[in-house]
Design a protein around this ligand. Structure first.
Ligand code: ASP
Length: 355
């Protein structure tokens, strides 16, 4: 990892967008459940914010939400807020529930074309008002990362997730633990920075948009996407009903190992039939790390013959939101397949021999 200890922290202005999540929740004394609370509560519990030396402005979702309720409408709202305030701020920090943070980060990475400023998502496993909260450190470090500049340029001009100690590329990240503070991993891409005493950036891994064009916000997403997760004993009725959903355009099929599925003729026939009807079926492994290689086993090869395309080492979160984004922009199935076969914003590693 490159050790850039001397990255200059110039006085910066940060827009903090509070969407909700555990970080700002309080316990309902009657039911004992955690419920969303307003931003004032969060600020009251974070006097440290004032000491940071940056100009931190805030925007609050009203009402704040549990991230299980996030979806394309909220992603559009986030893009609108970032695009509408893009010139005024050096970086953006989004406070978000952890449950769907990886989906939001993936979606934003596609929707914010030509991004040249940091957009850092963070949250916490324990509310900020609790003694053992992980929220304070996560928030303060996320703000520092969003503010970090080197030679006047932002250090991490991409959509990232900061959690516990690591800064991860948003569209490579998954939530892997429901209660550990260390809840996120990016198994197929190295961390962009590690926060200990110093924040050490691995600048060789950070994505810089090749285009010098202004930010191009995108708002169109198509929800006609499904996830089909294989398991031993999966019934043909389940597959049939998913592949025949009216209006369905894309399917992320979660397969075994390096992209394998049973060779059952009924399954291959249903998949082939769906592909012939223009449905794009993307093969993603159920494993947390590694890559789909459909040529490796006969069971994977049969899928390829049926017209299923490889998702390589994409996360499910990235593949789902990429399909929503591509179909949302009116691309044909053929065009969607072509775009799934290349990296738009560092979300996937395409094997050299295909490039
Ligand atoms: N249910 C919460 C949410 O995703 C969990 C969290 O924030 O950690 O909004």
């Amino acid at each position: 990892m490159t050790e850039n200890w001397h990255i200059q922290q110039e006085k910066a202005s940060i827009l903090l967008i509070y969407t909700g999540g555990t970080i700002g929740m309080i316990e309902n004394p009657e039911t004992g459940t955690l419920e969303s609370f307003n931003f004032q509560h969060l600020k009251d519990n974070m006097p440290e914010l004032k000491k940071l030396g940056y100009t931190v402005s805030s925007f609050q979702f009203d009402p704040p939400m549990d991230s299980s309720e996030m979806g394309p409408d909220c992603w559009k709202q986030l893009v609108e807020i970032i695009a509408g305030n893009y010139q005024q701020y050096d970086g953006f920090v989004i406070l978000h529930g952890t449950d769907t943070m990886a989906y939001t980060a993936s979606a934003l990475s596609f929707m914010l074309e030509n991004l040249s400023k940091p957009v850092i998502l963070t949250g916490s496993q324990l509310p900020i008002g609790m003694l053992r909260t992980d929220g304070k450190e996560n928030l303060i470090t996320a703000i520092e990362i969003a503010a970090a500049k080197e030679n006047g340029m932002p250090v991490t001009p991409e959509v990232c997730i900061f959690f516990e100690n690591d800064l991860l590329r948003g569209n490579r990240t998954r939530k892997i633990n429901a209660d550990n503070f260390n809840a996120f991993r990016s198994y197929n891409y190295p961390p962009l920075a590690h926060a200990g005493i110093y924040i050490k950036y691995d600048t060789t891994q950070i994505y810089h948009s090749a285009s010098r064009r202004p930010l191009k916000p995108h708002y169109l997403l198509d929800r006609n996407i499904a996830i089909l997760k294989l398991f031993p004993g999966l019934s043909s009725l389940v597959v049939e009903s998913i592949l025949n959903i009216p209006g369905l355009k894309g399917v992320v099929m979660e397969t075994f190992g390096s992209g394998n599925a049973p060779k059952d003729e009924w399954l291959l026939t249903m998949l082939r039939d769906a592909v012939d009807r223009g449905i794009v079926i993307v093969n993603i492994t159920q494993c947390v790390g590694g890559c789909v290689e459909m040529h490796r086993y006969e069971t994977g090869h049969k899928l390829q013959e049926a017209g299923v395309i490889s998702g390589y080492d994409s996360t499910t979160e990235s593949a789902v939101t990429k399909l929503m984004f591509l179909f949302g922009h009116g691309l044909t199935s053929k065009e969607v397949k072509e775009h799934m076969n290349c990296s738009l914003i560092g979300e996937v590693t395409i094997p050299d021999k295909l490039m």
